[in-house]
Design a protein around this ligand. Structure first.
Ligand code: SF4
Ligand code: SF4
Length: 228
């Protein structure tokens, strides 16, 4: 059993709960008895689903973070956000061009950027958010796509933006345009697509879908990965 000194008090939706001091915001809420069905995903900082806001004891600032990556502190006040509502233009990638006119038409808000850099400071992925917005303003889609490559669409940048820009949706447009129109064609991708169409991986996929969760998890974490 945990000793009393290993517990901290947090406030969830205004109610006080004692939780282990090593808890993340997610595990603290679960320890307190909440069953999280939205605003939660991979629990490992990759999916961007658990953006949350909180306030620490004695601090007037409202802070934003990923709930699965943030450890609680004594006196912390928590409020979970089920999802980040945002303005999202609808477009057909086949019917738009990879240039500044498309950016202007779909995301006119980015030209309101006041270069305050608040978005960069809010980003849990350490992405230079303001820089990709500046790149987009200049019509440099390739640069915006590159800088924003690790975006997990958590929405924390937009939550803080005084100009009400939805940075991650603009970045998604940049990466889509880059992938569709600007990236150099890769013969390896064409080969891989053909292999998939010819059924080369059908058996492997079939075996994976039949695996139990534990075996699948072990296989996932022991897989070979390549660094960018
Ligand atoms: S750029 Fe914005 S949406 Fe993307 S990870 Fe950073 S804060 Fe989250
Ligand atoms: S927070 Fe908004 S206004 Fe400030 S630099 Fe980022 S995009 Fe520009």
């Amino acid at each position: 059993m945990k000793m009393k000194e290993n517990m901290v008090t947090v406030y969830i939706m205004g109610e006080a709960y004692d939780v282990p001091d090593s808890s993340t915001i997610i595990t603290a809420m679960e320890y307190a008895g909440f069953q999280l069905t939205t605003g939660i995903g991979c629990r490992e900082g990759f999916c961007g689903a658990c953006a949350t806001i909180y306030r620490e004891k004695g601090d007037y600032k409202l802070k934003g973070a990923l709930a699965c990556q943030t450890v609680v502190t004594d006196g912390m006040t928590l409020a979970q956000i089920p999802f980040m509502p945002s303005e999202k233009p609808i477009y057909n990638l086949q019917e738009i061009t990879a240039d500044i006119n498309t950016v202007k038409e779909l995301f006119p808000t980015i030209f309101r950027c006041v270069s305050c850099n608040t978005c960069t400071k809010a980003c849990p992925q350490d992405i230079e958010v303001m820089d990709y917005i500046q790149a987009l303003k200049k019509g440099n889609i390739a640069e915006a796509a590159d800088i924003s490559f690790d975006c997990i669409r958590c929405g924390l940048c937009a939550l803080r933006c005084p100009a009400e820009i939805v940075q991650y949706n603009a970045a998604t447009l940049a990466r889509r345009l880059y992938g569709r129109y600007l990236a150099k064609k890769s013969p390896e991708v064409d080969e891989s697509i053909k292999e998939i169409e010819d059924g080369k991986y059908d058996k492997e996929l079939d075996d994976l879908t039949k695996m139990d969760r534990k075996t699948l998890s072990e296989k996932y974490y022991s897989r070979e990965t390549k660094l960018r």
